[in-house]
Design a binder for this molecule. Structure first.
Ligand SMILES: Nc1ncnc2c1ncn2[C@@H]1O[C@H](COP(=O)(O)OP(=O)(O)O)[C@@H](O)[C@H]1O
Ligand SMILES: [Mg+2]
Length: 276
């Protein structure tokens, strides 16, 4: 598994372990820049970002607030058009992947419809997608079980805790079997214990679905625990600082966070972040 990142104009290639049954590149960005023009002037949210994410891998974008993490996810999801540079998702234009329902998105706020049950929220994309709506291999009921909500199908959002609502949002994002799951600080609003539990569960979902995950956080520990690779971004303008391989073995358990290797990797990321 390789990922190459342009750092200060140099192409740097790194290797990460391949997973069985997945091949090819999920995402390629070549010199992606995004500029926003507002009444206060022009902001360069991303400046010449290049990266390759292999299919089936788990990559985290880590960086200070305003470094362009959300913008980069939105470019990949075809929600923001780059001002310069090229993007390929699953070997095609992001628009094609979006139309094919190959991209799932989970935000910090679960954004469930309050008048629909957990199950009805998960099935929603199948109802609103028109001809593009495509049920995946797993039924909505199975997806709720996969995220630990078996038995909660008929509960309404107000009956669920914040962590449970995020689980519903993850099940909903998986309903069309996306090849790429984009997650923008999905656990940022949760308490630490719930976040820990969801981190472990997310790795289980990743392993069992084989989907590629691009995850955004500003938590160093979350980044190390979850990822095969962490891409550190620097702010003003948003740009790639460094790609760090996380070569901790799989499966991961929370206890690993006390191991010397974990502590070393977290320390390394902290050092890099201090220069961002
Ligand atoms: N729609 C927008 N219009 C204007 N500026 C934006 C817009 N979206 C993001 N920005 C600016 O781009 C920069 C990167 O934002 P963002 O991608 O949200 O960063 P992050 O997710 O890392 O906190 C910030 O300076 C932000 O203010
Ligand atoms: Mg953001």
């Amino acid at each position: 598994m390789t990922a190459s990142v342009a750092i200060g104009g140099l192409g740097v290639s790194r290797a990460a372990p391949a997973r069985a049954g997945v091949a090819g590149d999920a995402v390629r960005c070549d010199g992606v820049s995004v500029r926003f023009t507002t009444e206060r002037g022009t902001v360069t949210a991303l400046d010449g970002v290049s990266l390759t994410i292999r299919a089936g891998s788990f990559l985290t974008l880590l960086g200070p607030s305003g470094c362009g993490k959300s913008t980069l996810l939105r470019v990949i999801a075809d929600l923001v058009a780059p001002s310069a540079g090229g993007v390929a998702v699953l070997g095609d234009r992001p628009e094609v992947a979006r139309r094919n329902r190959d991209i799932g998105f989970v935000f910090q706020d679960a954004a469930l419809l309050p008048w629909r049950t957990a199950l009805q929220n998960v099935t929603l994309p199948l109802e609103v997608g028109g001809s593009a709506a495509r049920p995946g291999k797993r039924s909505p009921q199975d997806l709720l079980k996969l995220v630990g909500l078996g038995g909660w199908e008929n509960a309404f959002p107000h009956e669920l805790s914040g962590g449970m609502r995020q689980r519903v949002a993850i099940a909903r994002a998986l309903v069309s079997d996306p090849k790429l799951l984009l997650m923008d600080e999905p656990f940022g609003a949760l308490d630490e214990i719930t976040r820990d539990r969801l981190n472990e569960e997310l790795l289980g979902v990743w392993e069992s679905t084989g989907t590629t995950i691009v995850f955004v956080t500003h938590s160093i520990y979350e980044a190390v625990f979850l990822s095969q690779q962490v891409l550190v971004l620097a702010a003003r303008p948003g740009r790639v600082r460094e790609l760090v391989d996380i070569d901790l073995p799989l499966p991961r358990q929370l206890g690993m966070r006390e191991t010397p290797e974990f502590v070393r990797l977290a320390g390394r990321l902290r050092q890099i972040l201090e220069t961002c």
